[in-house]
Design a protein around this ligand. Structure first.
Ligand code: 21W
Length: 226
């Protein structure tokens, strides 16, 4: 999977060099290519924004810089172009899995009030938001997309983890325990100490989890969430 990221702040993507995603890139299961939109400014002061037609607060990212940055990407005929914007459709696990089947994603991170609508109309395939709260730009949402999608790219995490995840239907699992058996006078649940097969044990663990009513509500929501 190749990710091309168009951003005014490529240095914000530094965290992707750590942990699972960092290793995935080192091992070439994914490729993350950062493109600094500012490099495509024709202005001697490297200006990338301008006042909006019709007035109002804030600035709009200029269409030519975003378009030229996009145009600089090679072999993009089969790429899907995603614009991270608060107006987009809220990201779900189903969407994450669908997008993980793509070979090439181009992620556009907006800043200021957004990007000139004509560029969006011309190049964007999908608009995605990561939830109903206000951020300062599209960079963190782009990282959320890369992190969640990359987990499903072959080789990035073990198939066993993915299987277990679909078995337990997603995000919420059972509580976890490791040694020692007794900590702060609290014991590990008896059922987890028995020598059942891992699969049976997962059944039991999931039952423990399902007994928790509050979490069950979220469990059902997530199972069918779209
Ligand atoms: C936030 C841009 C708000 C534009 C003046 C008065 C991408 C995001 C973003 C941002 C506005 C995502 C206004 C969840 C997010 C993102 C920056 C609109 C309205 N201006 N997912 N009223 N949340 N955010 N400003 O913020 O680019 S995906």
């Amino acid at each position: 999977m190749k990710f091309d990221i168009l951003s005014l702040f490529p240095e914000m993507f530094e965290p992707l060099k750590s942990s699972i995603i960092g290793r995935a890139e080192k091992n070439e299961f994914i490729k993350i290519n950062l493109i600094n939109i500012r490099d495509f400014s024709n202005d001697k002061h490297k200006k990338v924004d301008d006042t909006p037609y019709g007035g109002g607060a804030g600035m709009v990212m200029m269409q030519n810089v975003v378009y030229d940055a996009y145009s600089s990407i090679e072999d993009k005929d089969n790429a899907k172009v995603i614009y991270l914007t608060p107006q987009g459709k809220t990201l779900t696990q189903k969407k994450v899995v669908d997008l993980s089947k793509e070979k090439h994603l181009i992620l556009i991170c907006g800043h200021y009030e957004g990007i000139d609508q004509r560029v969006i109309d011309e190049i964007v395939d999908e608009e995605i938001s990561i939830g109903d709260y206000v951020l300062t730009g599209g960079e963190l949402p782009a990282m959320v997309l890369i992190d969640s999608i990359s987990r499903y790219v072959e080789g990035v995490i073990s198939n066993e983890s993915i299987d277990e995840e679909s078995f337990s239907n997603g995000l919420l699992e059972y509580p976890h325990y490791t040694r020692p058996e007794k900590f702060l006078n609290k014991e590990v649940p008896e059922i987890l100490k028995s020598r059942k097969s891992s699969r049976d044990c997962k059944m039991e663990k999931t039952k423990i989890y399902r007994n928790n009513k509050n979490k069950k509500t979220r469990f059902v929501e997530l199972q069918f969430g779209d």
